[in-house]
Design a protein around this ligand. Structure first.
Ligand SMILES: *[C@@H]1O[C@H](CO)[C@@H](O)[C@H](O)[C@H]1NC(C)=O
Ligand SMILES: *[C@@H]1O[C@H](CO)[C@@H](O)[C@H](O)[C@H]1NC(C)=O
Ligand SMILES: *[C@@H]1O[C@H](CO)[C@@H](O)[C@H](O)[C@H]1NC(C)=O
Ligand SMILES: *[C@@H]1O[C@H](CO)[C@@H](O)[C@H](O)[C@H]1NC(C)=O
Ligand SMILES: *[C@@H]1O[C@H](CO)[C@@H](O)[C@H](O)[C@H]1NC(C)=O
Ligand SMILES: *[C@@H]1O[C@H](CO)[C@@H](O)[C@H](O)[C@H]1NC(C)=O
Ligand SMILES: *[C@@H]1O[C@H](CO)[C@@H](O)[C@H](O)[C@H]1NC(C)=O
Ligand SMILES: *[C@@H]1O[C@H](CO)[C@@H](O)[C@H](O)[C@H]1NC(C)=O
Ligand SMILES: *[C@@H]1O[C@H](CO)[C@@H](O)[C@H](O)[C@H]1NC(C)=O
Length: 419
């Protein structure tokens, strides 16, 4: 009888449900289903308002991958991950409760049979990015939140099942047994409630040519222009440079971000998480990184030309406007820019505040990147694709329109937390 009832319930459930996870046999919680925990703790379920043990690694540390299953990170090359709302939509469908639900006519479909709102986007113009972070430890139980460093960002995420993450060329080798990695995502504020996503997995850097360790990560600051919140000018000096910790937000314990409901921390230029490989995360990437602040000096990059070159070879990078380099002439150029950031910006010598990003080859590995946007607060957008620029405009407009109704909904939601 019970079996019949539960079968009936099962049949009535939709085959897929929303949200998203990074799926790979190297992940913690690969086979966790709706029934594994007393609550729905599938890898795709969002994380919020939880205690540390509940949210950390999605509470999947007791569900490790099989020995030998590891996600390879080829230094200087892209690693392709599969992100989907259900394991059945990935190459690993064989062990999914619902079997193969991949979309034959669109292999990149994150959530076949569902609208994009199921993975918290109103479309390609409404993406805020996701990231991969690494801890150079081989014991998942020993990994602490501060051990993670974001090494790759994909700002066009979550939108394609096959999502490329560029691996910095100078990633050092992992300890014996490999490293511990995690996927992190916080979606746009206009496509669902505030929440985090985290999936841990075992990873290993291959083809490594550098021994320089990843620096201790620090918390990223919200330094970019943020027109939605009426901040029209970014402040390059206010950015966190170098190794940055993932965002831990909206839980009960061990948060490192305290942004409000309508200003989620996001993996893009707003927090100086540039698209692609995070090439400046190494111990020797900078000659100095001053404490950030709106009146701080910009950091000085080391000019690393080869993985083996000494850390002490500072050089002011030559400003360049080559259109195919990944950026950035920062600050300085616009003393007329309005309000915050101006004084700082105009006092920065331009020679020390520009740079380019080299292609990810082993011999010219370090990206020389100082700031994600100019003093005018808009330059940062130049490094984004047209799609992103249009995206931002469209979503800002939409956001403004929706703001009032969202506020009302939020009040209701907030009440419900306390009741
Ligand atoms: C979370 O932690 C608080 C404070 O330690 C405790 O009162 C509460 O019961 C915990 N909740 C869960 C679900 O463990
Ligand atoms: C997941 O389930 C599949 C199919 O039952 C099994 O072959 C595999 O070993 C399981 N993996 C883990 C990590 O439990
Ligand atoms: C599969 O992808 C195509 C192309 O994007 C789309 O038109 C179709 O609706 C998708 N099928 C399902 C079942 O989602
Ligand atoms: C992000 O992933 C998409 C889909 O795989 C890919 O086309 C794009 O190049 C990736 N972006 C970066 C910066 O690697
Ligand atoms: C983990 O790394 C340490 C050295 O960092 C090594 O002694 C230990 O054997 C490794 N464990 C595994 C399971 O490989
Ligand atoms: C990690 O990659 C290195 C380099 O290819 C290799 O020697 C090592 O055995 C790998 N470790 C694991 C646990 O796969
Ligand atoms: C680089 O490593 C040295 C030695 O471990 C350490 O003292 C220093 O703080 C590190 N610098 C950075 C930026 O992580
Ligand atoms: C500077 O960063 C802090 C911390 O993220 C943020 O609260 C503040 O709004 C930022 N100010 C400017 C002008 O960027
Ligand atoms: C980058 O641009 C320069 C100058 O415009 C050109 O010579 C070079 O071939 C370009 N490189 C790539 C990889 O497109």
């Amino acid at each position: 009888m019970l079996a019949i009832i539960s079968l009936a319930i099962f049949a009535a459930l939709p085959r897929v449900s929303g949200h998203a996870a990074l799926w790979h046999p190297s992940m913690f919680g690969f086979n966790v289903t709706q029934q594994t925990f007393p609550y729905d703790n599938r890898p795709v379920v969002p994380i919020k308002n939880m205690n540390f043990t509940e949210w950390w690694f999605h509470n999947h540390l007791a569900y490790p991958p099989n020995a030998g299953d590891i996600f390879e990170l080829p230094a200087g090359k892209p690693a392709t991950a599969e992100i989907a709302c259900n394991k059945g939509a990935t190459s690993f469908f064989a062990s999914s409760e619902g079997g193969d639900i991949r979309n034959a006519s669109n292999p990149n479909d994150v959530c076949p049979g569902s609208p994009t709102t199921e993975y918290h986007t109103n479309g390609v113009n409404d993406l805020e990015g996701c990231s991969l972070a690494i801890a150079y430890k081989n014991d998942s139980a020993a990994v602490q939140p501060e051990d993670f460093t974001v090494f790759s960002v994909n700002q066009t995420c979550v939108f394609n099942r096959f999502t490329d993450f560029q691996v910095p060329a100078r990633m050092p080798a992992c300890p014996p047994g490999g490293c511990i990695c995690a996927f992190f995502w916080i979606h746009a504020p206009d496509s669902g409630g505030e929440e985090n996503y985290m999936n841990g997995f075992k990873c290993n850097v291959t083809g490594s040519t550098s021994n320089v360790p990843v620096a201790q990560s620090t918390v990223a600051r919200r330094c970019g222009a943020d027109p939605v919140n009426k901040k029209f000018v970014g402040s390059a000096a206010n950015c966190t440079y170098g190794a940055k910790t993932p965002f831990y937000w909206f839980n009960n314990e061990r948060n490192n971000m305290f942004e409000g409901t309508f200003s989620p921390p996001v993996y893009n230029n707003l927090y100086n998480f540039l698209d692609g490989a995070q090439n400046d995360i190494f111990n020797d990437s900078y000659v100095s990184i001053p404490e950030p602040g709106i009146a701080a000096a910009l950091p000085t990059l080391a000019h690393i030309t080869a993985p083996s070159s000494p850390a002490s070879a500072p050089a002011a990078p030559t400003p360049t406007a080559a259109s195919n380099t990944t950026i950035f002439i920062t600050a300085a150029s616009s003393p007329t820019a309005s309000s915050d950031g101006t004084t700082v910006a105009s006092s920065i010598p331009s020679s020390a505040s520009s740079g380019t990003s080299t292609s990810p080859t082993a011999s010219s590995a370090a990206a020389v990147v100082t700031a994600p946007f100019g003093a005018d607060g808009y330059a940062y957008k130049r490094d984004m694709s047209n799609a992103h620029v249009l995206a931002n405009r469209a979503s800002s407009a939409k956001f403004r329109l929706n703001q009032e109704s969202r506020r009302r909904r939020a009040v209701v939601r907030r009440r419900s937390w306390f009741w």
